[in-house]
Design a protein around this ligand. Structure first.
Ligand code: SF4
Ligand code: SF4
Length: 378
């Protein structure tokens, strides 16, 4: 296992982190807790969970495992989150997490799910950061962290609004989308913060469709999992890469990859990106050049979701918008579009963005008509 300093916190953690958002059988608490314990036994010391993950069972599964892990006397670190804004609600959710996790204090408590630039200023106004500060003073949390889906320069602007409280940042970055977030990762690193990546395997897309990524696998790597994990762990600003483990087999495979880790050179990283670009010309590269829509339509996010649709079908794109980008009504989201085509004119890939909007609207309407709902996120 690889270990490193966690920013300026004085804590040393494993670079492979346990992502508690993909347990295979969330209702089987003991069976899934064994997956957490397996990772701990193999050297993983950073464990990330949240209320609501895995049918709201993830914290309980982790807490069951932590009870056993504490008996060993060996250190491990617990990360969980709240998207609440009001101080009373934050406290209530923190206390509930502490109880479910079977710990006296949460090591890394996250201001969770900052999706829009206005989210943090609004929560600050409600007293959220003061509430976090107080929880820390009382010893219920040890470090204040932030979790975001913002992109490009919005990440640095958000960090500037954190009153210097944030000691680590959780952000979705992987081999496919690092254009979108790498600036933000560097901004956090310049501030001495630890950086943890979620979506290391593209939300599971990379490993669910390995046949599509054969050409990306670097020489000597056993699988796309190995290339994707090496990619994130080779970026010097990234402290921990989370993998959402479903089972003990997933843990064993990822631990083996980390145990034989060889960093990519900058040239390797550029080659991975170039190969992805060559293979998937129809993919949005998430460069962000179309981001100035006069109607504030989140074109970059819509196209990120469309990327998922290209691999897994348009229903997945709609689910991605719902679960990842907090946008459940695609028609309402696109209603203000005036079809001015400024986004298409700006698109570096010359993508037919408006055509894609229509495809997504049609898929959404079909899902509504069939009454199938959003289904579960994988
Ligand atoms: S075409 Fe629609 S989405 Fe694109 S820039 Fe114009 S208003 Fe925004
Ligand atoms: S400009 Fe084109 S490639 Fe870049 S983010 Fe927008 S849609 Fe994607």
């Amino acid at each position: 296992m690889l270990y490193t300093d966690f920013g300026k916190t004085g804590v040393t953690v494993s670079r492979l982190g346990f992502g508690g958002m993909r347990f295979e059988k969330p209702q089987q608490i003991d069976e899934m807790a064994a997956v957490v314990v397996r990772a701990f036994e193999k050297g993983v010391t950073y464990f990330d969970t949240a209320p609501g993950y895995c049918e709201d069972k993830s914290e309980s599964i982790c807490g069951t495992a932590f009870k056993e892990m504490k008996k060993t006397g060996r250190p491990f670190y617990v990360s969980t989150k709240t998207s609440e804004a009001l101080p009373d609600n934050i406290r209530r959710q923190c206390e509930r997490s502490l109880e479910r996790l079977n710990v006296d204090a949460i090591d890394f408590y996250h201001v969770w799910c900052l999706v829009k630039p206005e989210d943090l200023p609004w929560r600050k106004k409600q007293g959220a950061l003061d509430a976090f500060r107080k929880l820390k003073e009382e010893g219920l949390i040890r470090h204040i962290s932030v979790s975001t889906h913002l992109e490009h320069g919005y990440v640095e602007a958000m960090l500037d609004q954190g009153d210097g409280l944030f000691e680590s940042m959780l952000i979705g970055l992987n081999i496919q989308n690092h254009h979108l977030r790498y600036d933000g990762v560097q901004a956090a690193s310049r501030r001495g913060m630890a950086v943890v990546t979620m979506n290391t395997l593209g939300g599971g897309i990379l490993t669910r469709h390995p046949e599509r990524y054969n050409n990306i696998i670097r020489p000597g790597d056993a699988s796309i999992l190995e290339t994707a994990l090496r990619f994130n762990l080779s970026l010097p600003e990234i402290t921990v890469a989370l993998v959402g483990f479903r089972s003990c087999d997933d843990v064993d495979e990822a631990v083996e990859v980390v145990n034989r880790f060889r960093p990519f050179s900058e040239a390797d990283i550029a080659a991975c990106s170039e190969e992805l670009r060559r293979l998937y010309r129809e993919f949005c590269t998430q460069c962000g050049y179309c981001g100035g829509c006069p109607q504030d339509i989140p074109v970059v996010r819509l196209m990120e979701a469309y990327n998922c649709g290209l691999v897994e079908g348009m229903e997945k794109a709609i689910q991605r918008l719902h679960y990842h980008w907090n946008a459940s009504d695609v028609s309402a989201l696109l209603a203000p579009c005036t079809q001015c085509r400024a986004c298409e004119d700006a698109c570096t890939q010359h993508l037919p963005i408006l055509e894609r909007f229509e495809e997504m609207k049609a898929a959404y309407a079909q899902m509504q008509a069939s009454g199938q709902g959003m289904g579960a996120e994988e």
